[in-house]
Design a protein around this ligand. Structure first.
Ligand code: HMG
Ligand code: MG
Length: 284
């Protein structure tokens, strides 16, 4: 058996948040339930953000209430502030994520705060989550390039990663938000980030606009990362990152990892079923 590499499924959240059609909660619930049968350990299903900013995620409470929870699976949600955290706790999420940016431009556009302000806003969320026994994951967006500020220095990414690590995030997911990164840039960025946080507490979160996401997964594997975010059917995009394509498709990452001799523990047939479901949701 090959070494285990985990795919963290983010399709129901990152995949669907950008869809123009308001997808009924029942369809999202059916997708999560199918994904629960595929063998994931963690599935991001919801986002407790302002419904004015991301209307698609307004049904997050309903989705969390409607899913059938499989034993051993952690059902995750984004929580940008205390209001979001309280809603997530009420919805009985298993883990939450605070999400910052390595670039000022995207931080402002996405969460209406500077990087420093956002970190101050995350601190009480992390403290409340720890007090409630809820694990906290961190995201850092624009780890190579920002749609507003251009190139992002690896040291700037490392600075935000360090702050989230100090807040107690058990893992920090590094987002190539606009999907334009090339493997050389990922390697350089990870060189700086692994100076401050061990590779085994990092995850790769690659969008696939430039078609290099799978190569970026390989570059990150070489740097020691063993967790990758992906969205079934290649769903997605970010409403505050113009031009960003979907997350790299879960099926494609699973196939690449299998070809490289890694074990993902996923049931490929169920994954195909979920991917077909995701594509259909997209077409409405
Ligand atoms: P703001 O307008 O500065 O917030 O937004 P505010 O505190 O001034 O509140 C304004 C209104 O929003 C108030 O309502 C609040 O109650 C409400 P009003 O009084 O006007 O009726 N509000 C909320 N409602 C529900 N849940 C909440 C919440 N918070 C405030 N949690 C805020 C600041 C952060 C809330 C806003 O900017 C926001 O919701 N942003 C989220 C944007 C987002 O979800 N982006 C996509 C996810 S990130 C991503 O996709 C990247 C990632 O995949 C990694 C990668 O690819 O790089 C993770
Ligand atoms: Mg994303």
């Amino acid at each position: 058996m090959g070494e285990f590499v985990e795919i963290f499924e983010v399709g129901p959240r990152d995949g669907l948040q950008n869809e123009a059609r308001l997808i009924p909660a029942a369809e999202k619930i059916a997708l999560v339930d199918c994904l629960s049968r595929a063998g994931f350990r963690r599935i991001e299903c919801a986002s407790f953000v302002s419904p004015k900013w991301v209307p698609q995620m307004a049904t997050s409470g309903e989705v969390m209430a409607g899913i059938t929870r499989a034993p051993g699976v952690s059902y995750a949600a984004l929580t940008p502030n205390m209001k979001g955290f309280e809603a997530a706790l009420a919805a009985r999420v298993d883990e939450v994520a605070i999400f910052g940016s390595a670039s000022e431009g995207f931080s402002r556009a996405n969460i209406n705060a500077s990087i420093a302000e956002s970190l101050e806003r995350f601190r009480p969320v992390a403290e409340a989550a720890h007090a409630a026994g809820v694990p906290v994951r961190g995201y850092v967006s624009c780890v190579v390039e920002c749609p507003y500020d251009g190139a992002v220095a690896p040291e700037q990414v490392a600075r935000v990663v360090r702050a989230l690590h100090h807040m107690g995030c058990y893992e920090i997911s590094l987002g190539d938000t606009i999907g334009r990164a090339v493997p050389e840039a990922i390697t350089a960025m990870l060189g700086a980030v692994t100076e401050v946080v061990p590779a085994r507490q990092l995850a790769g979160h690659f969008h696939d606009t430039g078609g290099r996401a799978l190569d970026n997964v390989e570059a990150a594997l070489a740097m020691g990362l063993r967790v990758f975010d992906a969205a079934v059917g290649g769903l997605g995009g970010c409403p505050y990152a113009p031009g960003a394509a979907g997350n790299v498709a879960t099926e494609a990452v699973a196939d690449r990892l299998a070809a490289l001799g890694y074990e993902t523990g996923l049931d490929r047939a169920v994954l195909d079923e979920a991917a077909a479901m995701a594509r259909k949701m997209r077409m409405g």
